[in-house]
Design a protein around this ligand. Structure first.
Ligand code: FEO
Ligand code: CA
Ligand code: CA
Length: 593
Protein backbone atom coordinates (compact mmCIF):
# COMPACT_ATOMS: atom_id res chain seq x y z
CA UNK A 1 0.00 0.00 0.00
CA UNK A 2 1.04 3.58 0.63
CA UNK A 3 3.09 2.67 3.68
CA UNK A 4 6.83 3.04 3.25
CA UNK A 5 8.63 0.19 4.95
CA UNK A 6 5.90 -2.32 4.10
CA UNK A 7 7.65 -5.66 3.84
CA UNK A 8 10.40 -4.50 6.18
CA UNK A 9 8.31 -3.94 9.31
CA UNK A 10 6.42 -6.79 11.00
CA UNK A 11 3.51 -4.40 11.56
CA UNK A 12 0.56 -4.92 9.27
CA UNK A 13 -1.48 -1.73 9.66
CA UNK A 14 -1.23 1.01 7.04
CA UNK A 15 0.28 4.19 8.37
CA UNK A 16 -2.20 6.80 9.61
CA UNK A 17 -1.87 10.23 7.98
CA UNK A 18 -1.63 13.18 10.37
CA UNK A 19 -4.65 15.39 10.79
CA UNK A 20 -5.60 18.19 13.10
CA UNK A 21 -9.07 17.33 14.26
CA UNK A 22 -11.59 17.57 17.04
CA UNK A 23 -11.90 13.80 16.98
CA UNK A 24 -9.39 10.99 17.23
CA UNK A 25 -8.40 8.53 14.52
CA UNK A 26 -6.88 5.06 14.22
CA UNK A 27 -5.21 3.16 11.42
CA UNK A 28 -7.43 1.43 8.87
CA UNK A 29 -8.75 -1.95 9.93
CA UNK A 30 -9.18 -0.93 13.58
CA UNK A 31 -11.92 0.69 15.61
CA UNK A 32 -12.11 2.87 18.70
CA UNK A 33 -14.59 2.42 21.55
CA UNK A 34 -14.96 4.79 24.48
CA UNK A 35 -14.98 2.76 27.70
CA UNK A 36 -14.74 5.22 30.61
CA UNK A 37 -15.12 8.99 30.63
CA UNK A 38 -14.50 11.66 33.23
CA UNK A 39 -17.61 11.76 35.46
CA UNK A 40 -18.90 8.28 34.62
CA UNK A 41 -20.42 6.68 37.75
CA UNK A 42 -17.98 4.20 39.34
CA UNK A 43 -19.44 3.43 42.76
CA UNK A 44 -22.99 2.06 43.10
CA UNK A 45 -24.26 5.26 44.75
CA UNK A 46 -22.63 7.60 42.21
CA UNK A 47 -24.80 10.18 40.46
CA UNK A 48 -24.84 10.53 36.67
CA UNK A 49 -22.36 13.07 35.25
CA UNK A 50 -23.69 16.61 35.29
CA UNK A 51 -20.93 19.07 34.48
CA UNK A 52 -23.08 22.06 35.44
CA UNK A 53 -23.72 20.67 38.91
CA UNK A 54 -20.43 18.92 39.68
CA UNK A 55 -19.51 18.51 43.34
CA UNK A 56 -16.78 16.91 45.43
CA UNK A 57 -19.33 14.35 46.70
CA UNK A 58 -20.25 13.31 43.14
CA UNK A 59 -16.69 13.38 41.85
CA UNK A 60 -15.49 11.12 44.68
CA UNK A 61 -17.81 8.40 43.27
CA UNK A 62 -17.21 9.03 39.57
CA UNK A 63 -14.32 8.46 37.16
CA UNK A 64 -11.68 11.14 37.84
CA UNK A 65 -10.00 13.63 35.56
CA UNK A 66 -6.94 13.34 33.28
CA UNK A 67 -6.48 9.60 33.05
CA UNK A 68 -2.82 8.59 32.67
CA UNK A 69 -1.41 5.16 33.60
CA UNK A 70 -3.75 2.30 33.01
CA UNK A 71 -3.40 -1.37 33.68
CA UNK A 72 -5.55 -4.41 33.03
CA UNK A 73 -5.80 -7.13 35.68
CA UNK A 74 -7.63 -10.17 34.29
CA UNK A 75 -10.54 -11.82 36.06
CA UNK A 76 -10.46 -14.31 37.55
CA UNK A 77 -7.26 -13.31 39.33
CA UNK A 78 -4.25 -15.17 38.00
CA UNK A 79 -5.85 -15.93 34.61
CA UNK A 80 -4.86 -14.51 31.21
CA UNK A 81 -8.45 -13.66 30.35
CA UNK A 82 -8.51 -10.91 27.72
CA UNK A 83 -12.24 -10.23 27.81
CA UNK A 84 -12.88 -9.53 31.46
CA UNK A 85 -10.84 -7.81 34.10
CA UNK A 86 -10.23 -4.88 36.37
CA UNK A 87 -8.92 -1.64 34.90
CA UNK A 88 -6.78 0.56 37.12
CA UNK A 89 -6.49 4.12 35.86
CA UNK A 90 -4.50 7.02 37.31
CA UNK A 91 -5.95 10.52 37.41
CA UNK A 92 -2.97 12.81 37.20
CA UNK A 93 -4.27 16.35 37.46
CA UNK A 94 -7.18 18.72 36.95
CA UNK A 95 -7.59 20.81 33.78
CA UNK A 96 -9.52 23.34 35.82
CA UNK A 97 -10.42 25.60 32.90
CA UNK A 98 -12.18 22.68 31.18
CA UNK A 99 -13.85 21.23 34.30
CA UNK A 100 -15.90 24.19 35.49
CA UNK A 101 -18.03 26.77 33.70
CA UNK A 102 -17.23 30.44 33.94
CA UNK A 103 -13.53 30.29 34.84
CA UNK A 104 -12.25 31.26 31.41
CA UNK A 105 -9.22 29.83 29.64
CA UNK A 106 -5.75 29.13 31.01
CA UNK A 107 -4.70 26.42 33.44
CA UNK A 108 -3.04 28.67 36.00
CA UNK A 109 -5.50 31.53 35.66
CA UNK A 110 -8.52 29.28 36.16
CA UNK A 111 -6.98 27.65 39.22
CA UNK A 112 -6.52 31.05 40.84
CA UNK A 113 -10.28 31.61 40.42
CA UNK A 114 -11.64 28.40 41.96
CA UNK A 115 -13.87 28.56 45.01
CA UNK A 116 -13.70 26.02 47.83
CA UNK A 117 -16.29 23.66 46.34
CA UNK A 118 -14.36 23.59 43.06
CA UNK A 119 -11.00 23.08 44.81
CA UNK A 120 -12.50 20.13 46.72
CA UNK A 121 -13.87 18.74 43.46
CA UNK A 122 -10.35 18.99 42.00
CA UNK A 123 -9.06 16.98 44.98
CA UNK A 124 -11.61 14.23 44.34
CA UNK A 125 -10.81 14.22 40.61
CA UNK A 126 -7.22 13.14 41.46
CA UNK A 127 -5.92 9.69 42.41
CA UNK A 128 -7.04 6.54 40.65
CA UNK A 129 -10.09 4.54 39.60
CA UNK A 130 -10.49 0.79 39.78
CA UNK A 131 -13.28 -0.46 37.52
CA UNK A 132 -14.41 -3.92 36.49
CA UNK A 133 -14.77 -4.09 32.69
CA UNK A 134 -16.17 -6.79 30.46
CA UNK A 135 -16.28 -7.41 26.74
CA UNK A 136 -19.76 -8.39 25.57
CA UNK A 137 -20.78 -10.85 22.85
CA UNK A 138 -20.94 -7.88 20.44
CA UNK A 139 -17.25 -7.20 21.07
CA UNK A 140 -17.98 -4.00 23.00
CA UNK A 141 -16.20 -3.21 26.27
CA UNK A 142 -18.33 -1.83 29.10
CA UNK A 143 -17.82 -1.06 32.78
CA UNK A 144 -19.66 -3.24 35.30
CA UNK A 145 -21.64 -0.72 37.27
CA UNK A 146 -22.43 -2.75 40.40
CA UNK A 147 -19.05 -4.47 40.68
CA UNK A 148 -17.58 -5.14 44.11
CA UNK A 149 -14.13 -4.31 42.66
CA UNK A 150 -15.01 -0.71 41.77
CA UNK A 151 -13.15 1.83 43.82
CA UNK A 152 -12.06 5.46 43.83
CA UNK A 153 -8.79 6.56 45.36
CA UNK A 154 -8.47 10.33 45.77
CA UNK A 155 -6.41 13.09 47.38
CA UNK A 156 -8.21 12.17 50.61
CA UNK A 157 -7.87 8.36 50.78
CA UNK A 158 -6.02 7.14 53.91
CA UNK A 159 -2.70 5.47 53.11
CA UNK A 160 0.04 3.83 55.11
CA UNK A 161 3.73 4.79 54.88
CA UNK A 162 6.28 1.99 54.96
CA UNK A 163 9.99 1.45 54.40
CA UNK A 164 13.03 3.31 55.75
CA UNK A 165 11.43 6.79 55.75
CA UNK A 166 8.24 5.72 57.57
CA UNK A 167 7.98 7.61 60.84
CA UNK A 168 10.87 9.93 59.92
CA UNK A 169 10.65 13.27 61.77
CA UNK A 170 10.37 15.02 58.41
CA UNK A 171 7.20 13.05 57.61
CA UNK A 172 5.39 14.03 60.83
CA UNK A 173 2.54 16.55 60.80
CA UNK A 174 -0.03 17.79 63.29
CA UNK A 175 -2.60 15.39 61.85
CA UNK A 176 -0.11 12.51 61.87
CA UNK A 177 2.46 12.90 64.67
CA UNK A 178 3.78 9.39 63.89
CA UNK A 179 4.60 10.13 60.24
CA UNK A 180 3.01 6.87 59.12
CA UNK A 181 -0.44 7.72 57.80
CA UNK A 182 -1.04 10.08 54.87
CA UNK A 183 -4.25 11.27 53.29
CA UNK A 184 -4.24 10.76 49.55
CA UNK A 185 -2.00 10.50 46.56
CA UNK A 186 -1.27 13.30 44.09
CA UNK A 187 -0.29 13.76 40.47
CA UNK A 188 -0.36 10.06 39.72
CA UNK A 189 1.23 9.93 36.32
CA UNK A 190 2.40 6.60 34.99
CA UNK A 191 2.75 3.46 37.09
CA UNK A 192 3.51 -0.21 36.93
CA UNK A 193 2.69 -3.52 38.51
CA UNK A 194 4.39 -6.28 40.45
CA UNK A 195 4.83 -10.02 39.79
CA UNK A 196 2.63 -10.62 42.85
CA UNK A 197 -0.34 -8.86 41.26
CA UNK A 198 -0.42 -5.44 42.89
CA UNK A 199 -0.38 -2.10 41.10
CA UNK A 200 2.08 0.76 41.57
CA UNK A 201 0.91 4.33 41.10
CA UNK A 202 3.61 6.97 40.86
CA UNK A 203 3.42 10.46 42.36
CA UNK A 204 4.92 12.91 39.91
CA UNK A 205 4.57 16.73 40.17
CA UNK A 206 3.56 16.80 43.84
CA UNK A 207 5.17 20.23 44.23
CA UNK A 208 2.25 21.86 42.38
CA UNK A 209 -0.12 21.45 45.34
CA UNK A 210 1.82 23.34 47.99
CA UNK A 211 2.27 27.06 48.55
CA UNK A 212 3.39 29.45 51.27
CA UNK A 213 6.10 31.85 52.36
CA UNK A 214 8.10 28.94 53.79
CA UNK A 215 9.03 27.95 50.25
CA UNK A 216 11.48 30.85 50.34
CA UNK A 217 11.89 31.58 54.04
CA UNK A 218 11.36 28.28 55.87
CA UNK A 219 13.93 25.89 57.34
CA UNK A 220 13.45 23.41 54.50
CA UNK A 221 13.69 25.95 51.70
CA UNK A 222 16.71 24.32 50.04
CA UNK A 223 15.02 20.93 50.08
CA UNK A 224 11.81 22.48 48.73
CA UNK A 225 13.74 24.21 46.00
CA UNK A 226 15.33 20.96 44.86
CA UNK A 227 11.79 19.72 44.13
CA UNK A 228 10.60 23.02 42.62
CA UNK A 229 8.16 23.77 45.45
CA UNK A 230 7.36 27.48 45.18
CA UNK A 231 5.69 30.20 47.23
CA UNK A 232 2.76 30.55 44.81
CA UNK A 233 2.27 26.88 43.97
CA UNK A 234 0.21 25.85 40.98
CA UNK A 235 -3.07 24.97 42.73
CA UNK A 236 -4.71 27.03 45.48
CA UNK A 237 -5.68 24.19 47.79
CA UNK A 238 -3.71 25.71 50.68
CA UNK A 239 -6.40 28.40 50.94
CA UNK A 240 -8.99 25.75 51.83
CA UNK A 241 -7.05 22.93 53.44
CA UNK A 242 -4.21 23.84 55.83
CA UNK A 243 -2.07 20.80 55.05
CA UNK A 244 -1.32 22.24 51.61
CA UNK A 245 -0.09 25.48 53.20
CA UNK A 246 3.67 25.21 53.82
CA UNK A 247 3.49 27.80 56.58
CA UNK A 248 1.13 25.59 58.57
CA UNK A 249 2.37 22.11 57.68
CA UNK A 250 5.96 22.37 56.44
CA UNK A 251 6.39 18.57 56.34
CA UNK A 252 3.32 17.71 54.28
CA UNK A 253 5.19 17.82 50.91
CA UNK A 254 7.66 15.23 52.24
CA UNK A 255 4.73 12.79 52.31
CA UNK A 256 4.36 12.95 48.52
CA UNK A 257 6.66 12.03 45.65
CA UNK A 258 6.56 8.31 46.46
CA UNK A 259 5.50 5.14 44.71
CA UNK A 260 2.19 3.84 46.09
CA UNK A 261 1.27 0.14 46.03
CA UNK A 262 -2.23 -1.33 46.32
CA UNK A 263 -4.11 -4.51 45.52
CA UNK A 264 -6.51 -3.89 42.62
CA UNK A 265 -8.46 -7.03 43.47
CA UNK A 266 -9.16 -5.93 47.07
CA UNK A 267 -11.20 -2.71 47.25
CA UNK A 268 -10.71 -2.60 51.01
CA UNK A 269 -6.90 -2.71 50.88
CA UNK A 270 -5.04 0.29 52.28
CA UNK A 271 -2.61 1.77 49.73
CA UNK A 272 1.01 1.89 50.92
CA UNK A 273 3.61 4.56 50.15
CA UNK A 274 6.80 2.55 49.62
CA UNK A 275 9.57 4.92 50.65
CA UNK A 276 12.44 2.55 49.82
CA UNK A 277 11.92 3.43 46.13
CA UNK A 278 12.88 7.05 46.75
CA UNK A 279 11.20 10.41 46.61
CA UNK A 280 11.20 12.29 43.34
CA UNK A 281 8.83 13.07 40.50
CA UNK A 282 8.20 9.44 39.70
CA UNK A 283 6.89 9.27 36.17
CA UNK A 284 6.16 5.55 36.54
CA UNK A 285 7.61 2.38 38.06
CA UNK A 286 7.89 -0.82 36.04
CA UNK A 287 9.49 -4.13 36.86
CA UNK A 288 11.71 -6.86 35.46
CA UNK A 289 12.92 -10.06 37.09
CA UNK A 290 16.59 -10.71 37.81
CA UNK A 291 17.74 -14.30 37.15
CA UNK A 292 17.92 -15.01 40.89
CA UNK A 293 14.29 -13.96 41.40
CA UNK A 294 14.92 -10.53 42.87
CA UNK A 295 12.61 -7.95 41.38
CA UNK A 296 14.00 -4.84 39.70
CA UNK A 297 11.94 -1.65 39.36
CA UNK A 298 12.85 1.14 36.92
CA UNK A 299 11.63 4.69 37.41
CA UNK A 300 12.26 8.04 35.74
CA UNK A 301 12.26 11.40 37.51
CA UNK A 302 10.47 13.62 35.02
CA UNK A 303 12.03 17.02 35.12
CA UNK A 304 14.74 18.59 33.00
CA UNK A 305 18.21 17.41 34.06
CA UNK A 306 16.85 14.75 36.43
CA UNK A 307 17.78 11.11 36.65
CA UNK A 308 16.88 7.50 35.93
CA UNK A 309 16.60 5.18 38.95
CA UNK A 310 16.49 1.47 39.68
CA UNK A 311 15.38 -0.40 42.80
CA UNK A 312 16.39 -4.02 43.42
CA UNK A 313 14.53 -5.94 46.13
CA UNK A 314 16.68 -7.52 48.83
CA UNK A 315 14.85 -10.83 48.59
CA UNK A 316 13.57 -12.86 45.62
CA UNK A 317 9.91 -12.99 44.74
CA UNK A 318 8.27 -16.17 45.96
CA UNK A 319 5.48 -17.19 43.53
CA UNK A 320 4.28 -19.89 45.94
CA UNK A 321 3.91 -17.73 49.03
CA UNK A 322 1.97 -14.48 48.49
CA UNK A 323 2.39 -13.49 52.15
CA UNK A 324 6.17 -13.48 51.73
CA UNK A 325 5.92 -10.85 49.00
CA UNK A 326 3.66 -8.46 50.84
CA UNK A 327 6.43 -6.12 51.96
CA UNK A 328 9.11 -6.99 49.39
CA UNK A 329 9.21 -3.32 48.36
CA UNK A 330 10.37 -2.20 51.80
CA UNK A 331 13.85 -3.70 51.60
CA UNK A 332 16.35 -3.33 48.80
CA UNK A 333 18.79 -1.05 47.05
CA UNK A 334 17.88 2.13 45.22
CA UNK A 335 20.43 3.21 42.59
CA UNK A 336 20.75 6.04 40.12
CA UNK A 337 22.14 5.81 36.59
CA UNK A 338 25.35 7.25 35.22
CA UNK A 339 25.53 6.94 31.45
CA UNK A 340 29.19 6.85 30.45
CA UNK A 341 30.41 8.05 27.06
CA UNK A 342 31.80 4.57 26.28
CA UNK A 343 28.28 3.07 26.26
CA UNK A 344 28.29 1.77 29.84
CA UNK A 345 25.50 2.46 32.34
CA UNK A 346 26.71 2.36 35.93
CA UNK A 347 24.12 1.94 38.69
CA UNK A 348 25.24 3.99 41.69
CA UNK A 349 23.68 2.79 45.00
CA UNK A 350 22.01 5.37 47.23
CA UNK A 351 22.97 3.84 50.54
CA UNK A 352 23.41 5.83 53.72
CA UNK A 353 26.97 5.82 55.01
CA UNK A 354 28.48 5.03 51.63
CA UNK A 355 30.49 7.64 49.70
CA UNK A 356 29.17 11.15 50.28
CA UNK A 357 25.83 10.02 51.80
CA UNK A 358 26.90 10.69 55.39
CA UNK A 359 26.07 12.96 58.30
CA UNK A 360 28.71 15.41 57.04
CA UNK A 361 26.36 16.07 54.12
CA UNK A 362 23.23 16.15 56.27
CA UNK A 363 22.15 12.53 55.86
CA UNK A 364 21.65 11.05 59.33
CA UNK A 365 20.17 7.81 58.02
CA UNK A 366 18.59 6.11 55.01
CA UNK A 367 15.37 8.03 55.71
CA UNK A 368 17.16 11.30 54.90
CA UNK A 369 18.68 9.81 51.76
CA UNK A 370 15.18 8.86 50.59
CA UNK A 371 13.40 12.11 51.52
CA UNK A 372 16.12 13.97 49.60
CA UNK A 373 16.73 11.41 46.89
CA UNK A 374 17.58 14.07 44.31
CA UNK A 375 20.30 15.68 46.40
CA UNK A 376 21.78 12.28 47.22
CA UNK A 377 21.85 11.43 43.50
CA UNK A 378 23.51 14.79 42.72
CA UNK A 379 26.34 13.94 45.12
CA UNK A 380 26.90 10.56 43.47
CA UNK A 381 27.40 12.10 40.04
CA UNK A 382 24.32 10.74 38.24
CA UNK A 383 23.76 11.78 34.61
CA UNK A 384 21.29 14.66 34.14
CA UNK A 385 18.79 13.55 31.49
CA UNK A 386 16.32 15.14 29.08
CA UNK A 387 13.21 14.53 31.25
CA UNK A 388 12.97 10.79 31.91
CA UNK A 389 9.35 9.69 31.49
CA UNK A 390 8.37 6.03 31.10
CA UNK A 391 11.09 3.41 31.59
CA UNK A 392 9.93 -0.07 30.58
CA UNK A 393 11.40 -3.49 29.89
CA UNK A 394 10.65 -5.27 26.64
CA UNK A 395 9.44 -8.74 27.71
CA UNK A 396 10.80 -10.35 24.53
CA UNK A 397 14.37 -9.02 24.27
CA UNK A 398 14.84 -8.05 27.95
CA UNK A 399 16.09 -4.57 27.03
CA UNK A 400 14.96 -1.46 28.90
CA UNK A 401 13.62 1.55 27.01
CA UNK A 402 13.85 5.05 28.48
CA UNK A 403 11.53 7.74 27.09
CA UNK A 404 13.33 11.10 27.28
CA UNK A 405 10.61 13.49 26.30
CA UNK A 406 12.54 16.72 25.62
CA UNK A 407 14.70 19.40 27.22
CA UNK A 408 14.79 22.77 25.52
CA UNK A 409 16.96 24.20 28.30
CA UNK A 410 20.02 22.03 27.68
CA UNK A 411 22.88 24.15 26.37
CA UNK A 412 25.84 23.21 24.17
CA UNK A 413 27.98 23.09 27.31
CA UNK A 414 25.57 20.69 29.01
CA UNK A 415 25.35 17.92 26.42
CA UNK A 416 26.56 14.45 27.35
CA UNK A 417 26.77 11.24 25.34
CA UNK A 418 23.33 10.00 26.40
CA UNK A 419 21.72 13.44 25.93
CA UNK A 420 23.66 14.65 22.91
CA UNK A 421 21.45 17.44 21.60
CA UNK A 422 21.46 20.99 22.89
CA UNK A 423 17.93 22.46 23.00
CA UNK A 424 16.41 18.99 22.67
CA UNK A 425 12.97 19.92 21.39
CA UNK A 426 11.85 16.47 20.28
CA UNK A 427 13.36 14.06 22.81
CA UNK A 428 14.79 10.59 22.27
CA UNK A 429 14.55 6.97 23.41
CA UNK A 430 17.48 5.19 25.04
CA UNK A 431 17.86 1.43 25.01
CA UNK A 432 19.59 -0.20 27.97
CA UNK A 433 20.98 -3.69 27.42
CA UNK A 434 21.56 -5.57 30.70
CA UNK A 435 24.41 -8.10 30.61
CA UNK A 436 23.43 -11.75 30.21
CA UNK A 437 23.56 -13.86 33.36
CA UNK A 438 24.94 -17.41 33.31
CA UNK A 439 21.79 -18.89 31.77
CA UNK A 440 21.63 -16.10 29.17
CA UNK A 441 18.74 -14.21 30.78
CA UNK A 442 19.26 -10.44 31.13
CA UNK A 443 20.66 -9.56 34.54
CA UNK A 444 18.68 -6.47 35.54
CA UNK A 445 20.36 -6.46 38.96
CA UNK A 446 23.91 -6.25 37.57
CA UNK A 447 25.96 -3.19 38.59
CA UNK A 448 26.47 -2.20 34.95
CA UNK A 449 24.72 -2.44 31.59
CA UNK A 450 25.21 -1.09 28.06
CA UNK A 451 23.22 1.72 26.48
CA UNK A 452 22.54 3.13 23.00
CA UNK A 453 20.12 5.56 21.37
CA UNK A 454 17.14 3.67 19.90
CA UNK A 455 15.55 6.65 18.18
CA UNK A 456 15.96 10.44 18.35
CA UNK A 457 12.80 12.50 17.73
CA UNK A 458 12.13 15.20 15.17
CA UNK A 459 11.81 15.14 11.41
CA UNK A 460 14.50 13.14 9.62
CA UNK A 461 16.65 15.31 7.37
CA UNK A 462 15.24 18.50 8.91
CA UNK A 463 15.81 18.40 12.68
CA UNK A 464 19.49 17.94 13.51
CA UNK A 465 20.24 14.57 15.05
CA UNK A 466 16.87 12.96 14.26
CA UNK A 467 17.49 9.21 14.11
CA UNK A 468 15.23 6.38 12.92
CA UNK A 469 15.24 3.51 10.48
CA UNK A 470 16.11 4.98 7.06
CA UNK A 471 12.72 3.94 5.61
CA UNK A 472 10.73 6.01 8.12
CA UNK A 473 8.19 8.08 6.21
CA UNK A 474 7.42 11.78 6.36
CA UNK A 475 4.54 11.01 8.74
CA UNK A 476 6.13 8.14 10.66
CA UNK A 477 8.56 10.27 12.69
CA UNK A 478 7.62 11.44 16.17
CA UNK A 479 8.26 14.11 18.77
CA UNK A 480 8.20 14.03 22.59
CA UNK A 481 8.03 10.30 23.52
CA UNK A 482 6.34 9.90 26.92
CA UNK A 483 4.66 6.55 27.57
CA UNK A 484 5.38 3.18 26.04
CA UNK A 485 4.16 -0.38 25.98
CA UNK A 486 5.19 -3.63 24.34
CA UNK A 487 2.94 -6.14 22.62
CA UNK A 488 3.61 -9.83 23.15
CA UNK A 489 5.85 -9.89 20.04
CA UNK A 490 8.15 -7.33 21.66
CA UNK A 491 7.22 -4.42 19.40
CA UNK A 492 7.34 -1.01 21.02
CA UNK A 493 4.33 1.33 21.09
CA UNK A 494 5.31 4.90 21.91
CA UNK A 495 2.83 7.56 23.02
CA UNK A 496 3.75 11.23 22.69
CA UNK A 497 3.03 14.30 24.82
CA UNK A 498 3.79 17.79 23.61
CA UNK A 499 4.23 17.19 19.89
CA UNK A 500 1.77 20.04 19.27
CA UNK A 501 4.09 22.64 20.75
CA UNK A 502 7.29 20.95 19.61
CA UNK A 503 6.40 19.93 16.07
CA UNK A 504 2.93 21.25 15.25
CA UNK A 505 1.53 17.70 15.37
CA UNK A 506 -1.38 16.36 17.39
CA UNK A 507 -0.07 13.75 19.83
CA UNK A 508 -0.39 10.12 18.94
CA UNK A 509 0.71 6.53 19.31
CA UNK A 510 3.49 5.10 17.12
CA UNK A 511 4.68 1.51 16.78
CA UNK A 512 7.96 -0.02 15.69
CA UNK A 513 9.84 -3.29 15.72
CA UNK A 514 12.71 -3.44 18.20
CA UNK A 515 14.56 -6.18 16.31
CA UNK A 516 15.06 -7.38 12.76
CA UNK A 517 14.95 -5.42 9.52
CA UNK A 518 12.19 -3.11 10.76
CA UNK A 519 13.96 -2.04 13.96
CA UNK A 520 13.22 1.63 14.81
CA UNK A 521 10.93 2.04 11.79
CA UNK A 522 8.21 4.06 13.55
CA UNK A 523 4.71 4.32 12.14
CA UNK A 524 1.68 6.35 13.29
CA UNK A 525 -1.18 4.16 14.58
CA UNK A 526 -3.49 6.44 16.52
CA UNK A 527 -3.96 10.19 16.70
CA UNK A 528 -5.51 11.92 19.73
CA UNK A 529 -8.17 14.61 19.64
CA UNK A 530 -6.81 18.15 19.69
CA UNK A 531 -5.10 19.24 22.89
CA UNK A 532 -4.77 15.69 24.25
CA UNK A 533 -1.82 13.48 24.99
CA UNK A 534 -1.89 9.69 24.75
CA UNK A 535 -1.20 7.73 27.94
CA UNK A 536 -1.23 4.28 29.41
CA UNK A 537 -0.89 2.09 26.36
CA UNK A 538 -1.80 -1.37 27.60
CA UNK A 539 -2.55 -4.55 25.69
CA UNK A 540 -4.70 -7.39 26.96
CA UNK A 541 -2.63 -10.58 27.37
CA UNK A 542 -3.65 -11.79 23.86
CA UNK A 543 -3.07 -8.38 22.17
CA UNK A 544 -6.68 -8.25 20.87
CA UNK A 545 -7.46 -5.04 22.76
CA UNK A 546 -5.24 -2.02 23.22
CA UNK A 547 -6.42 0.32 25.97
CA UNK A 548 -5.37 3.98 25.80
CA UNK A 549 -5.93 6.81 28.28
CA UNK A 550 -6.63 10.03 26.44
CA UNK A 551 -5.58 12.83 28.72
CA UNK A 552 -6.51 16.54 28.65
CA UNK A 553 -8.50 16.64 25.37
CA UNK A 554 -9.19 20.25 24.43
CA UNK A 555 -6.29 21.62 26.46
CA UNK A 556 -5.39 24.19 23.82
CA UNK A 557 -4.66 27.89 24.19
CA UNK A 558 -7.91 29.89 24.64
CA UNK A 559 -9.91 26.69 25.18
CA UNK A 560 -12.25 26.62 28.18
CA UNK A 561 -15.33 24.80 29.51
CA UNK A 562 -17.53 27.39 27.84
CA UNK A 563 -15.58 27.52 24.56
CA UNK A 564 -13.66 24.27 24.23
CA UNK A 565 -11.52 23.44 21.21
CA UNK A 566 -13.22 20.02 21.09
CA UNK A 567 -16.17 18.29 22.73
CA UNK A 568 -14.60 14.82 22.36
CA UNK A 569 -15.75 12.14 22.99
CA UNK A 570 -19.48 12.97 23.37
CA UNK A 571 -19.70 15.83 20.86
CA UNK A 572 -22.87 17.07 22.56
CA UNK A 573 -23.64 20.77 22.74
CA UNK A 574 -22.87 22.16 26.22
CA UNK A 575 -20.76 19.10 27.05
CA UNK A 576 -17.10 19.79 27.76
CA UNK A 577 -14.40 17.44 26.50
CA UNK A 578 -13.88 14.44 28.79
CA UNK A 579 -10.59 12.64 29.43
CA UNK A 580 -11.43 9.01 28.65
CA UNK A 581 -10.15 5.47 28.36
CA UNK A 582 -10.64 4.01 24.90
CA UNK A 583 -10.31 0.43 23.67
CA UNK A 584 -8.89 -0.23 20.22
CA UNK A 585 -9.65 -3.52 18.51
CA UNK A 586 -9.07 -4.98 15.08
CA UNK A 587 -12.14 -5.21 12.86
CA UNK A 588 -13.02 -8.86 12.49
CA UNK A 589 -10.85 -9.80 15.48
CA UNK A 590 -7.23 -10.77 15.98
CA UNK A 591 -4.25 -8.97 17.45
CA UNK A 592 -4.06 -5.18 17.19
CA UNK A 593 -1.35 -3.92 14.86
FE1 FEO B 1 2.91 13.25 33.96
FE2 FEO B 1 5.86 13.22 33.05
O1 FEO B 1 4.14 13.19 32.59
CA1 CA C 1 3.81 11.14 31.39
CA1 CA D 1 4.50 14.15 29.91
Amino acid sequence: GNTPGAGISSLRFPELRHQSAEGDAVAEGHEIQTVLRWGDPILPDAPEFDPLRQSAEAQARQFGYNCDYLDFFPLPRGSRNSGHGVLVVNHEYASTQLMFPGLGAGLLESRRRVDEAQARTEMMAHGASVVEVKRGGDGRWAPVRESRFNRRITAGTPMRVSGPAAGHPRLRTSADPEGRRVLGTLNNCAGGNTPWGTVLTAEENFNFYFSGEAAEAGEQRDAYKRYAITKAGVYTWGRFEPRFDLDREPNEPNRFGWVVEFDPYDPGSVPVKRTALGRFKHEGCTHALAPDGRVVFYSGDDERFEYVYRFVTARPWNPDDPAANRDLLDEGTLSVARFEADGTVRWLPLVHGEGPLTAANGFTGQGDVLVETRRAADLLGATPMDRPEDVETNPVNGRVYVMLTNNVLRTEAQVNAANPRPRNVHGHVLEIVPPPAAAGAPDHAAPEARWNIFIAGGKPGVDPGAQYHRATSDVGWLSCPDNCAFDSRGRIWIATDGADDAAGLVDGLYAADTAGRGRALTRLFYQAPTGAEVCGPRFTPDDTTLFLAIQHPGEDPDSSFDRPSTRWPDFLPDRPPRPSVVAITRRGGGPVG
